[in-house]
Write a protein that binds this ligand. Sequence first.
Ligand code: F6P
Length: 342
Amino acid sequence: QKKIGILTAGGDCPGLNAAIRGVGKTAIVEYGMEVLGFNAGYTGLINSDYIELKESKLSGILTLGGTILGTSREKPYKLVKEDGGENDKPEKIIETYENLGLDCVVCIGGNGTMKTANLLSKEGLNVIGIPKTIDNDVWGTDVTFGFDSAVQIATEAMDRLHTTANSHQRVMIIEIMGHHAGWLALYSGVAGGGDIILLPELEYNIRSVCKKIESRYEDNKPYSIVVVAEGIEHPKNKSAASHIAESIQTYTGIETRETVLGYIQRGGSPTPMDRILATRYGSFAAQCIAEGKFGTMVAVKDNDLTTVPLEDVGGKLRLVDKDHPLISKARKMGVSFGDEFL
Ligand code: F6P
């Protein structure tokens, strides 16, 4: 009987439990494997801290937000560099793997998680990665689960901001997560009818932003929604939203308010699309274990499931192309990306 481990690492997102369930149920029901769940990401693997995931434990979790295994941003290899090789965490992971007699570890996470998964694979461990993140920026796949749920949450927030912006004739700034990647700001910005969308991948200037707001006023549209990705260039002593709000207020004199959506974007139940994607990924990962396709990350290409070598994934980000079709379409409809007067 094969014995496998599952862990969830990095920032949480909706759909993690659906993925754990997808791996676990397929591994148990279809392949008769024994399944362990490591607590708090790579920390659980370092400390041999795990629970047994019997099939009963995997029931009733499909719709739950967060992760029943907990997560952490532990990077077991990071200290190796800083402490000149003092770090024994990778060794401890190998010990856990060998002592428990594992046949594979499934690492569910984003780019950082895949980087570690690749290093563990190079140590000789059988590893399979599953990509998740609300940022949708994992290299090697078209889509990560968590993204669709976050788009839904952010879009709903924009719908609500529209009605209050309209009533008060204000400019509303909404800051959207995404670290270095603008996927979430772009998709929710278009779905939520943002008038100006600022992405980390595109250069912007305040003049373009203010001109757009003023021209809306002149066109009898006395309110605006400005969608700002957290990763746009801004002074480090304030949020991106504060920076843009203060600048607009100063240069246009129009009443401006800001909302930083924050961790709400990562919480709660996954959308049906994310449940399905996480389930597909999870179940396919179990199949890959049975077929011995180790050292890979499961991925979606043109809606088909496939695998990509972990070696190719780690450390690279999938960013929004400045000529992305959704950007061009939005521009044609009058949406500003803050770069008209650069
Ligand atoms: O990667 C997901 C994400 O939510 C980013 O959008 C955000 O920049 C970051 O995580 C926040 O990290 P933390 O959970 O460490 O505060």
